[in-house]
Design a protein around this ligand. Structure first.
Ligand SMILES: *Cc1c(COP(=O)(O)O)cnc(C)c1O
Length: 343
């Protein structure tokens, strides 16, 4: 090994998925794939999760990549997308998340043009104010969707929202708002097949908020919440390793740096070495330095984050040092860091 590698384990992905499913049952897993499957690679992740039946992709582009791999799966794309992407999604049988009236109208127009029904999940804004129809506008929004459904060009297959996960009390208020929106759709004659509100943390800990589907990314990849506990049965799928290039002045120089996406502010963190945890002294552009250990030599391997076999921490622990989330540590890695599958 002469360059940094992100080792990704299919066995760990599968055991995480099994642990998540056991925890959330009878709610079904929608495996969230945004940001190239949290840096693990869309194709690799789809292939590693053959028994997953729902995939959640932020954008239509990645949804089409998932569809190309799995023509039997349900694929859900929730980003408000351009007309050409909407058309491609309808043709590929991708479910679309719809959170504004203008977007609903554009989806209906594309479905009419293609003479193919669009499958949509309507989004109620339960307080996050990111996207989603405000409660006061919901009835009118539902009426237009139901009208298109009666004309056979739309199938309203779901209702969804996203929680802030800032406090349990706020999430309870959001869940109550969500239930009202579902009731209002049902009162208008709608028969949603799926309801989904929760992501990793709320799906795991707040069973009363789970819908029939749970949109889960982080925990399936073994990324715990910042300031959150370890999740039983869940381990990091990815481990970041770098080779020792030289040893001098009590420091081991390793072949990874900020140009590879390792934040330079991580200097001072503990990383894993053949002799256990050691201090990461400095992060340079291409080369970083770790406190040397007895017998350290060129060709040894240092683990920046992983499952702990060299005494390293997980990505979230590194993230906590710099006030961000574990996902970001993974997503910053550049393509120079090769993804290598192990076991
Ligand atoms: C990212 C995302 C998720 C998954 O969140 P995790 O915490 O990674 O499980 C679910 N829903 C939406 C809308 C998201 O953007």
């Amino acid at each position: 090994m002469s360059v940094p590698v992100l080792e990704i384990s299919r066995a760990v992905l599968q055991s995480n998925i099994a642990a998540v499913r056991a925890q959330i049952a009878p709610s079904e897993l929608m495996l969230v794939m945004k940001d190239d499957a949290y840096g693990h690679g869309v194709e690799w992740t789809v292939d590693g999760a053959p028994d997953v039946t729902w995939f959640g992709s932020y954008d239509v582009d990645s949804a089409l990549r998932i569809r190309a791999r799995r023509d039997d799966a349900r694929v859900y794309a929730w980003a408000t997308s351009a007309d050409a992407e909407v058309a491609a999604a309808i043709e590929a049988g991708i479910d679309l998340g719809v959170g504004t009236l203008p977007y609903l109208r554009r989806v209906i127009a594309q479905a009419e043009r293609l003479r193919l029904p669009a499958r949509v999940h309507l989004k109620i804004d339960t307080g996050l104010h990111r996207n989603g129809v405000r409660p006061e506008d919901w009835a009118g929004f539902v009426a237009e969707a139901r009208d298109a459904e009666r004309r056979g060009i739309l199938a309203v297959v779901g209702v969804w929202s996203h929680l802030a996960e800032a406090s349990d009390a706020e999430d309870d208020v959001a869940a109550a708002e969500f239930r009202l929106a579902v009731r209002s759709l049902r009162d208008a004659g709608g028969e949603p097949e799926v309801l989904h509100l929760t992501a990793s943390a709320a799906s795991w800990w707040r069973s009363e908020l789970r819908g029939s589907l749970s949109r889960i990314g982080a925990f399936c990849y073994g990324i715990r919440s910042a300031e959150g506990p370890q999740i039983p049965g869940v381990e990091p799928v990815a481990e970041l390793r770098a080779p020792v290039l030289s040893v001098r002045d009590g420091g081991a120089e390793i072949g990874i740096g900020s140009f590879d996406g390792l934040p330079s502010v991580l200097a001072g963190a503990e990383v894993g070495t053949p002799a256990g945890p050691r201090l990461l002294r400095a992060v340079g552009p291409m080369v970083s330095t770790v406190d040397a250990w007895p017998g350290a030599s060129e060709g040894d391997t240092v683990t920046l984050f992983g499952r702990g076999s060299q005494g390293e921490q997980d990505a979230t622990a590194l993230a906590e040092r710099i006030d961000t989330v574990g996902e970001e540590i993974l997503l910053r890695l550049t393509p120079r860091v090769r993804r290598v599958e192990v076991g």
